[in-house]
Design a protein around this ligand. Sequence first.
Ligand code: F6R
Length: 631
Amino acid sequence: MNEFAQREHISTRIYPGADQACAHVADAIDKLLRTRQQEGRPAVLGLATGSTPVRLYRELIRRHREEGLSFAHAVTFNLDEYYGLDGSHPESYRRFMQEQLFDHIDIDPANTHVPDGTAAREQVFDACQSYEDAIAQVGGIDIQILGIGRTGHIGFNEPGSGPESRTRLVTLDALTRRDAARDFLGEENVPRHAITMGVGSILEARQIFLLAWGESKATIVAETVEGEQRLAVPASFLQRHKACTFCLDAAAASHLTRIRYPWLVGPVEWTPALIRKAITWLALQVKKPLLKLVDEDYSENGMSDLLTEKGSYNLNIELFNLTQHTITGWPGGKPNADDSHRPERALPHPKRVLVLSPEPLDDVSSMGGTLHRLANQGHEVTVAYLTSGNLAVPDDELRRMLEWMMGMQRDYPEQPSTAYAAQVMRELEAKGKFDLDSADIRHLKGLVRRGEVNSSARILGLSPASLRFLDLPFYEEGRYRRFKPGEADIARMRELLLEIRPHQIFATGYRYDPLSVPALCFGILNEALASFKDEEWLRDCRVWLYRGPGNEWETHEIDMAVPLSPSEFENKMQGIYQQQSQRSQSPGLGKKSDGNSWDVAAELNHGTARTYDALGLPEYEAIEAFKRWPL
Ligand code: F6R
């Protein structure tokens, strides 16, 4: 029992990062395996797939290789499998488990169980029953590993799944299918059904660890831990389990009341950042502009201790000024102006500005207006596209380009042309829906995105010479969820930094799921920056974080707010619209609304402007927001 127990109905551990959390869970598995080995009994593990457990599996593989951890006595049962996929399908969970774990440890293949996605419809029920029987026969699951979906699913127990549910065939939720769209190269390819262990089957495990990383899980984690048990959030039934622990990284824990609104839970140490967060929250909560908050607002919302030092009048004014000073139309600094209250320094001017976009579109959707201003205000802007983004180009987009080229060849036979388009078209036709793209296809898909990037850049006032395409190898050699960045990626980033020696870097990826492209790119940037830490140019460099695809900073986190007029906003949207191949593809898709990524970007910028307005600051059409990253 601790002071959070009143609100948190599940034991929750918060770690600085996923690696530390995985080490803790790996310790528990390690101990179980070694004990059972000594006893000559099987250790029964319940396993999950998806991005979440990948680091745990890497850690287990490492312990197997380096510390002699043996899986010879392990028996595993996976939670689920897509219905209709056999084990050879690149997205099948059987294949995932082979690639991510089983092929690298000394487990007996006969002891690894994944529900059979190919069972005939009329046999599914019996197959599910046999799966449960097999678990019972080995004495039940000792340790169950879980991830959580944004719908609140565990396994594929979507909303509506009760605590008594057993292994069965289920229909996937629309949000779950959208989240899987990238893996399947388009939502239309995502299976509609899956076989999953039930919530009831999961609850029978003796010990459960649910892992969650990244801010995209923060809301559902808080609802699961603090909300009531209910069908709408199947994971909430884990509250019934006596030995269930949530292991979270700081980002996934960030919506728990103790982190988000700590003053509501108990006494807090009022740091300037916390004061800002609390008063901003208060104003929005009681729906008053900052300057109209009164003492009662503070005291009725768990903040009376703040009043003891300063009255509401002073607190309000200080926060109003601080928030107002985040606003600037000069994201690169305003030359010849007093910069003591501006987010960015006036000099040097112009600045060498380096904008890092993990995939094309991240830059324009998050900071298209700011890019336009930086270019217009005379800065030397370089936009570096870190990865080609070719994995996010649907086949049909490439097909359109190839048809165009082939049409040109047909209609202008006398012009020098190439038969290459026809060759790639044949490759595309021969390729099954889920086969990996050949190197040619990936390259051409990358070119599709380059073309779109060039069009966006023209609209934002950037010259073609200011664009760089890094094509980081980890992306070119990998696929979503399976990327492994390495020295070659860091070296390429170092080269770029050394060449530009920027005064300002705009980057993203902080607080993302650690295996996502933005997070990996952010890690690469940090490693590269660390190697320059003693260099003069870096001391004169500021890093600004944009929140990245589908997300925006919360108001209290913003250090620089760049307002956009209606026409600037329209210009930015035109920049976004150029990225035609992405109109139905986006990591941020549906996160804040059910619209496409374009709507999401617009909604976020409007939303920030509305919040500033609600706080009593000037009313703008749209705002792009940045947070300063201390170097
Ligand atoms: C996977 C599974 C799912 C995932 C969940 C989170 O076997 O059962 O419940 O754990 O969808 O997926 P990721 O980890 O990809 O965010």
